[in-house]
Ligand binder design. Structure first.
Ligand code: NAP
Length: 258
């Protein structure tokens, strides 16, 4: 479902004061708060999602009610054709893209020796292939001067049992980021990573007991779980001119956990 489009112009000025931003996995969790924050900062936002159209449509409707330009686009980031269509719809309805936030991700913890082929494929499919697909498309289609924010995780530094596959995907994302930032030389496009610690979303909370949640909450010296807006603020910084000299970096936003 798509939402209010007042113009099909492909110029940044027509798109939104600050430009056009695609946020993958923005129907809920961290991505939804990034969409809210970037819309508030003047971007026309593309709320990408995998299946939860009700959540995505509700977010777009609330942004539109506040006078922001937003569309919802269902696209599985693991499928390159879907990602091409995601950019097609962004360009045709809002204009050429300035900002890509590669937030979509999935997590199932499982000892490596018990991990099925299907779990390995799906986790690498969304977290790695999904990031690859959007980066490749952005490399061809992002406006010069654009910004890309990829998503890693503080779990990569913690090396907790059960996180081998997930951490493997996030290591790949960090590796892509450092190389891609250099490959974009001459385009004035910055590519960075945010690596959150535990944030109170479905991805983190699902399958954990209250006791396990509290254990994670006590781990950072700041002694709480991250909230989605803690991360949205970091993303807002990384796409703003305030971070204009930050490129190819990993920003670990975790209350000092690691
Ligand atoms: P979440 O609450 O589970 O939300 C995941 C989002 O990704 C949803 O919007 C979902 O869409 C979307 N999505 C899933 N598979 C997709 C696909 N194949 N194509 C497009 N969209 C897809 O997750 P979250 O906690 O906000 O996590 C966001 C990012 O932060 C992830 O990259 C995660 O690895 C990272 N992270 C999270 C934490 C944490 O503690 N929460 C910590 C470190 C890093 P539907 O609603 O349609 O399913």
């Amino acid at each position: 479902m798509t939402h209010p489009t007042t113009s099909t112009s492909s110029t940044t000025a027509a798109a939104g004061q600050a430009g056009v931003a695609i946020i993958t996995g923005a129907s809920r969790g961290i991505g939804a708060d990034i969409a809210r924050r970037l819309a508030h900062d003047g971007y026309a936002v593309v709320v990408n999602y995998a299946s939860r159209s009700t959540d995505a449509d509700a977010l777009v409707a609330s942004l539109a009610a506040d006078g922001h330009r937003a569309i919802a686009v269902k696209a599985d980031v693991a499928q390159s054709a879907d990602v091409q269509r995601l950019f097609d719809e962004a360009e045709s309805q809002l204009g050429k893209v300035d900002v890509l936030v590669n937030n979509a991700g999935i997590l199932t913890t499982m000892p490596l020796a018990q991990t099925s082929d299907e779990l390995y494929e799906s986790t690498f499919g969304v977290n790695v292939r999904g990031t690859f697909n959007t980066l490749r498309e952005a490399g061809k289609r992002l406006n010069d001067g654009g910004r890309i924010v990829n998503f890693s995780s503080t779990t990569l530094a913690l090396n907790l049992p059960g996180y081998a596959i997930y951490n493997g995907t996030k290591a790949a994302v960090e590796a892509f980021t450092r190389v891609f930032a250099k490959e974009l030389r001459g385009r004035q496009i910055r590519v960075n990573v945010v690596a959150p610690g535990p944030v109170a979303t479905d991805l983190f909370l699902n399958g954990k007991t209250e006791e396990q949640v509290q254990q994670f909450a006590k781990m950072p010296p700041l002694e709480r779980l991250g909230q989605t807006d803690d991360i949205a603020k970091v993303v807002a910084f990384l796409v703003s001119q305030e971070s204009g000299w930050v490129n190819g970096q990993v920003l670990r936003a975790n209350g000092g956990l690691a």
